[in-house]
Ligand binder design. Structure first.
Ligand code: SPV
Ligand code: MG
Length: 551
C-alpha cells in the first residue's frame, strides 16, 4: 500500500469497507467521476463518499480514446495519485478487465496494492469502446467466460471487502430485458458483489424495469448519463443502491479550459480572467501545501534565516535635482539602482527576507524581492525612527544597513560569519579623499592591527565630528551592522528607552550605538580596509559608477 502524502486521512474505515458500505446501504448513495489527483480531492471536498475512476474520463485526460488506448498500468498509476490524496474509496471502471481471467487476477492484486476499493468490469470484448459509440455493434462477452473472469477476480482479492461490480451491457448492445436479467443472474452467481445495469436511453424506463425485476437479489448500480433529467427520487423509489455521476468533472474542466484559453488568446492579457479562475493559493491548498510546511518545521533542522532591514527613507539632499523624483536608493548606478544592487548582494548571501524602510517618494521604491514599510514621518524624523517602523520585521539574525552602500561581496559574507551579539563594520582606512557627507567616526578599544586573528575589539564611541578628547578615530562605521538574538534584544530595549525621549525624532544610528555603549553593551568591531562606498554627493555618483563597474 502506498503511503499517504497529505493531511487528508479523515476516515479510519478501510476504503474497501467504505465502498462495500455504499453498495449495501439501504439509502441511495452517489459517487462522482474523477480523473486525476486534483479532481479526486475536489470530489471529496464537495462531500462525495466515493469516486468513479471513469474509463472515459481517464482516457480523455490523457487525450486518447476510450478504447483501451491507454494501458491498464497507465490507468492505475493515475489511480494511485487519486487514492493517495483522498480518504474515500475509488471504484475503478476496469473496462473488460484488460484481457482474460488471468489479466483480471493481476488487475485485482495490483488494485488492492494501491488501495483501490473495487473494480467494475463490463461484459464486452477487449479492446472495448465507449458504450455510447455504436453500442449495439459491440459484441458481448460469452457469459461463461465472463463468469470465469469474475470468479478469478474474487479468488485473487485478499481483502474480503474488495468489491467486484459486474456491468451488464445487454441493453446497450440491443438485447432484450430477459438477456440482461439472465446475464445479471449468472454474474451474481459467479460472485459479483453488485450489478451495474447500463442504458443509453434518454429516459429511465429500461433501468427501472430491470430494477423491478431484479428486486434485491444484489446491490444495483446505475449510470444516468443519458437519462440525466430523471428526478433522483425516482432512483430512490426504485431501490437502486448507487448512482454514478460518470463524467461530469472532465466535462466541466473542458468547458472551463476552453473558455479561459479562448479569452487569454484573444485578449493577450490575464486581466479579465483572474477573477474567473482558482487562485494559486487554492491550488496550493488542494496540493496539501500546508501539511508540507508543517512537516518541514517538524523534520528539517532550520537554519535561522537572516533578515535584512534597509534604511532608505531619506531623499539624499546632497544629490540635488537627481533626487527630485526618487529617493537616493533608487538612483541608477551603471544601469541599476543602488537598492537593486544591495538586494543582489543579499541574494548572493541567501538573504531573502528584505525589509526596506522607505519615506521620501516611497511609491518609487519598487524592486523585486523586497517588502516595503513606510516611515510616513520621514520629513520630521531620522534613522532611529525609521528603524522603529521596521520593528515587526525584526529577527534573531538581522542585518541593519543604510540603503546607499556599495561594497565588495566578501564584506557582507565575513560579517555574517562573525557571531558577536552586535557587530558593526568599521573601515580602518581613513582616506579623507573618499569621504563625503558626515562620516561616522568610530573610536574603538583597539586599532586595526590588520592581523588575521580578529582580536576582540569593541566600540567606545561613534561621532560625526572628530573628538580630540578621545584621540584619533580608529575608522568609520560604514552603515552596516549585524545582530543575533541577544543583539536584537539590546536594540529592542534601547528603542523602548529612546522612544520616550523628546529628541527621539532626531536620533541617528550612531546615537543608538552610543546609547548601547553607555548601557554597557559590548559592540563588536569588524574591521575592513576599503572596498566600499556610500553615495552622498554628485562626486560619489561618479565613484560609485567606477566601483560598480569593477564589481
Ligand atoms: C465511463 O465512465 O467510462 C463509463 C460510463 O464506462 S459510460 O461512459 O457512461 O459508459
Ligand atoms: Mg467506461
Amino acid at each position: 500500500m502506498t503511503s499517504d502524502v497529505t493531511d487528508n486521512k479523515q476516515n479510519s474505515e478501510s476504503k474497501c469497507s467504505q465502498l462495500r458500505g455504499l453498495l449495501q446501504s439501504s439509502n441511495l448513495n452517489f459517487i462522482l467521476e474523477a480523473h486525476n489527483g486534483i479532481s479526486a480531492r475536489v470530489a471529496e471536498q464537495a462531500g462525495f463518499k466515493g469516486i468513479w475512476g471513469s474509463g472515459l474520463a481517464l482516457s480523455a485526460q490523457f487525450g486518447v480514446r476510450d478504447s483501451n488506448e491507454a494501458s491498464w498500468t497507465q490507468v492505475i498509476d493515475m489511480l494511485e495519485f487519486m487514492s493517495d490524496v483522498t480518504s474515500i474509496p475509488i471504484l475503478l471502471d476496469g473496462d473488460t478487465g484488460y484481457g482474460n481471467f488471468n489479466n483480471m487476477r493481476r488487475l485485482v492484486t495490483k488494485l488492492e496494492q494501491r488501495d483501490i476499493a473495487g473494480v467494475c468490469i463490463e461484459d464486452k470484448q477487449f479492446p472495448k469502446t465507449n458504450s455510447f459509440i455504436d453500442g449495439e455493434r459491440q459484441p458481448l462477452a460469452d457469459v461463461d467466460e465472463f463468469c470465469g473472469k469474475i470468479k478469478a477476480g474474487k479468488d485473487s482479492q485478499s481483502d474480503d471487502d474488495f468489491s467486484i461490480v459486474a456491468r451488464v451491457e445487454a441493453l446497450i448492445a440491443g438485447w432484450d430485458m430477459q438477456e440482461a436479467l439472465r446475464r445479471a443472474e449468472a454474474y451474481s452467481e459467479a460472485g459479483a458483489d453488485a450489478i451495474l445495469i447500463h442504458s443509453k436511453l434518454s429516459h429511465p424506463e429500461e433501468v427501472l424495469t430491470f430494477a423491478q425485476e431484479w428486486g434485491s437479489r444484489s446491490p444495483l448500480v446505475i449510470v444516468p448519463t443519458k437519462y440525466y433529467s430523471t428526478p433522483t427520487d425516482v432512483f430512490r423509489k426504485a431501490n437502486i443502491n448507487l448512482v454514478i455521476w460518470a463524467n461530469h468533472m472532465i466535462r466541466a474542466a473542458v468547458v472551463a479550459m476552453e473558455n479561459i484559453s479562448k479569452q487569454i488568446f484573444e485578449q493577450e492579457s490575464l486581466a479579465n480572467v483572474e477573477d474567473q479562475i482558482a487562485s494559486v493559493n487554492k491550488i496550493f491548498a488542494l496540493q496539501g501545501a500546508e501539511e508540507l510546511s508543517q512537516a518541514q518545521s517538524r523534520y528539517l533542522t532550520q537554519k535561522q534565516e537572516t533578515h535584512a532591514i534597509v534604511l532608505a527613507a531619506s531623499r539624499g539632499n546632497g544629490l540635488h535635482e537627481l533626487t527630485e523624483d526618487r529617493p537616493k536608493v533608487m538612483l541608477s548606478i551603471g544601469g541599476k539602482s543602488l537598492l537593486r544592487r544591495l538586494v543582489d548582494e543579499f541574494k548572493k548571501q541567501s538573504i531573502n527576507k528584505i525589509t526596506v524602510v522607505a519615506g521620501y517618494k516611497s511609491e518609487t521604491v519598487n524592486v523585486s524581492g523586497i517588502s516595503v514599510c513606510k516611515n510616513t514621518e520621514f520629513e520630521n524624523s531620522s534613522e532611529v525612527a525609521s528603524l522603529l517602523c521596521a520593528e515587526q520585521s525584526f529577527n534573531d539574525n538581522m542585518l541593519i544597513m543604510y540603503g546607499d552602500l556599495l561594497f565588495r561581496a566578501y564584506i557582507l559574507n565575513d560579517l555574517l560569519n562573525n557571531d558577536g551579539a552586535l557587530v558593526v563594520v568599521v573601515d580602518s582606512m581613513l582616506d579623507t579623499s573618499q569621504i563625503s557627507g558626515a562620516p561616522d567616526y568610530v573610536y574603538c578599544t583597539q586599532a586595526d592591527d590588520r592581523s588575521l586573528f580578529n582580536p576582540e575589539v569593541f566600540i567606545k564611541h561613534v561621532s560625526e565630528q572628530k573628538d580630540a578628547s578621545l584621540g584619533e578615530p580608529n575608522g568609520r562605521w560604514i552603515g552596516m551592522l549585524k545582530v543575533n538574538s541577544t543583539g536584537r534584544q539590546w536594540i529592542e530595549e534601547a528603542l523602548k528607552e529612546l522612544q520616550v525621549k523628546d529628541n527621539f525624532n532626531s536620533l541617528t544610528m550612531p546615537d543608538l550605538l552610543n546609547h548601547l555603549v553607555q548601557a554597557g553593551r559590548k559592540i563588536h568591531v569588524h574591521y575592513i580596509n576599503g572596498h566600499w562606498l556610500d553615495v552622498n554627493s554628485l562626486d560619489d555618483i561618479d565613484r560609485a559608477g567606477d566601483f560598480a563597474h569593477g564589481q
